[in-house]
Design a protein around this ligand. Sequence first.
Ligand code: NOJ
Ligand code: NOJ
Length: 764
Amino acid sequence: MGEEPKFQKSRRNVLKGIAGLPLFSDFDVVEGNDLSPINAENISSDLTLASAPNNLGPVTPRDTLYQILTDRFYDGNTSINDFADFESALYGGTGDDLKLYQGGDWKGITDKVQYFANMGIGAIWISAPYRNRESRIEDENDDGTTDVWTSYHGYHAHNYYPTHRFFGDMSAFETMRDTLHNNGIKLIIDFVSNHTSREKNPTKNLKEEDGKLYEPDKDSNGNYVFDSDGNAVGDNLLADPNNDVNGWFHGEGDRGGDSSTFGYRHKDLGWLADFSHENDPVVDHLFNAAQFWKSKGVDGFRHDATLHMNPAFAKTLKDAIDSEPGGPVTHFGEFFITRPDPKYDEYASFPDRTGIHNLDFEYSRAQTNVFGDFSETMTDFGNMLTKTHDDYTHEHHQISFIDNHDVTRFRYIQPNNKPYHAAIAALLTARGTPKVYYGLEQYVEPQGDLPNEGRIFMQTDGAFDKTTTAYGLIQDLSQLRRDNLGIAYGQTNILHTSDDVIVYERKFYDHVVVIAINRQPDQSESVPSVGTALPDGTYSDYLGGTLSGQSVDISSGSIDSFTLSGGEVNVWVDTPSLGTDIPRIGSVVSTMGRAGNTVYIYGTGLGGDVTVEFGSTTATVNSNSNDQITATVPDASPGSVDITVSKNGNTSNTYAYELLSGDPVQVIFHIDVDTDPGETIHVTGNLPELGDWTPEEGSEGFMNPNYPKWFLPVSVPKNTTFEFKFVKIDDSGNVTWEGGSNRTFTSPSTTNGVDDTPMYTWQS
Ligand code: NOJ
Ligand code: NOJ
């Protein structure tokens, strides 16, 4: 209070289109660096191929992820920028009008594989690969002008089977996949199961627009038809939100400001036609579409938009994908919530409830504020790391990031290279699996503060320069993630914070890294002596002084008081051999599954004659090496179980796994009951999925768009007769059970099934 912020020449973070302040032009000169390139062969040497043909295995915390908007990267095939049946005015290509197609494609990504490999990137996330709406999208402005938009971003599904024509055909997709995989780079696709395209135009008095879903031709057996190159044949209308005869869409209109759970899950997001995930044919279609892309060898899915999805459906979709040949793949989703928000707890627990991890929006908010406009302090950053460590069950699986395509580009907020570089160093070392938004490494300049203005075309408005400092930092620290398991799997211990400085330690057994950062570009600050797990000795800066780091002496378990100059970042590393005798678990994929599923256990000391146990039940080991075990989930007692690995009398640390009691399907519970203000309806029963009769661990609160009628889709094992009761829980957590005998219901018998219970009334 009263004190002038020390460094404030930055711009405001605009999460949702708040106008920004004018641009600053006093950038530091981007200097070259002398970091030696990483050899792509070395990168892939410790990766084990998963059993599916063509897939490389899930992303792990040892990987750095790189997000690309396919249309905005590189135009490798100019012959697919126009089509006979396409309005050519919708192609821009110059990087000027970012509402139009620019021409980036899969051939362009293929052409740039060395750019990723040399940067140390372990996985790329690309735009949704299937056909999108191709017609122009018109938004009328208040001043009478019209903006013309396109579906260049892939968020307007039209038909899940043919490829997005502007990105390439199936052979271009497969060439890209193979080229990435041959260079040790995994492939994650955006996958939108929440909606199709816009059904009504809010700028034209809700005129009916599109939202239609199509499917390929079918053969006489009812199977979709593909040509010999794997391209889907035909494009036939399957469902239309403006004439929804089979109930494919929720049809509840746009969410607007409705902040109820029903509003979030059942209403449209920006009028994008919202699928009814409670309708079996819809579930079936989306399962098959996702499985189709898995069969194309993708290594993971970024799910759009989990905040708006029925979590019972999301859980069954994830299970349907992972239970197909090829084993578990990476799943993370967009649950766009940051603190403070009443939905924060729902955000933090979403991975535990569905097996789909989060893009870490809470991390992103803090990092952008701390390193961008300095509206939060380094102490706040440390507190966020501590809080989320407590709140997230699988902290390392959450995808940490600074910015993305839906927020203001970080460069707009932070034009000064010193805090900008410090932010990159923090992203790659603080915790989680880091994701770099394309162009971060080239300091690309957005056109403005709006998210779309940051979706620049790298080919015309960026560069593919392998010598920038930012590129070198990502390269160096990505190598460190592979080598040092403290960075990948370790806990984060905060050693010291102030408004501008943070010192933290990452530690996985004897792999230890200490990172010391000063975000102030022009002011030095002294750091008091702090204790560390680094053994006594002298450590040089892992970044070789790129960000002014120095060497440090450690004696008697402490780092002596030292001074950080403006923008200084130190990375002090100890990576001793952990030997091969003692098994240690760093990570597990998936974190949720059922008997018979494949599970990957990552860590060290995992080679040789190991025993894997889920609780006290032994799992079959299919293959193993020092770094990784591939096992089959045993038929153990379901619920939250601890995985351990033992060998030669040594037992590893435990890792929590959510063991489902069967193939998850949906049951939609209904009850007609009056409640007092503050009370919500829940269901509990004799399945772990229903909390084993512990109401607090049973279902989430029911929805009541038509009070006093309440409903909730809940995931339970298929083909199972179970007992249950409804309970009321008030806002102080007091539980009121209904009376009478236990109710029973039998879940659907098919994987894609959804059944409604009758409309019950409360038993007194
Ligand atoms: C979230 C995506 O990230 C965003 O870009 C998109 O517009 C919406 N979901 C709708 O698909
Ligand atoms: C838990 C019991 O196991 C169940 O059978 C009973 O209905 C409820 N408690 C309510 O008393």
